[in-house]
Design a protein around this ligand. Sequence first.
Ligand code: ZN
Length: 189
Amino acid sequence: MSVLNIARLGHPILREKAKPVDLKALTASEDNELQQLIDDMVDTMREEGGVGIAAPQVARSLQIVIVEYQQNERYPSQDDIPLTVYVNPVITRSAKETASFWEGCLSLKDLRGLVTRPREVTVEAYSREGKKMVVEAKGFLAVVLQHEIDHLQGKVFLDRMTDLTQLAWAEEWETYWTEKESAQSPGAI
Ligand code: ZN
């Protein structure tokens, strides 16, 4: 197990477009650095308490995204997301309808911002075994996937905000915002 350092906002890699993963290298059977990186990204995401992580967040310019969420008492309204690795993910369809959600980010730890995004998306990607996947995502999973795929384009959730009065430190957010009906956040995506 290796927990990697998180690249925080200001690290140039968070503003770069990540490079596609070579699928042959991904599925090579020996000395596979990509599989090791994926394992380390899972460890890092879990250690940091994230719901998702993108390779640029561990300072690697590669199109790899990992998501996982298990329901807990604090945010009981979100559906579970099983551990899933998305290699070279692309959003191929976005719904016109939007939804707003309080997002956080391991690279902007302790900030929360209200972000409006398409309510449903279709994502095409490859599994860590190199198998093609097509995922129809809605609700919380749609939010997390869009947030993480943004990282592969050099974007963070702040870039998606349209009203910066809806930005808060997590502690103040919990004090002043959580009683509002719309305030549900899993924390750091
Ligand atoms: Zn993030």
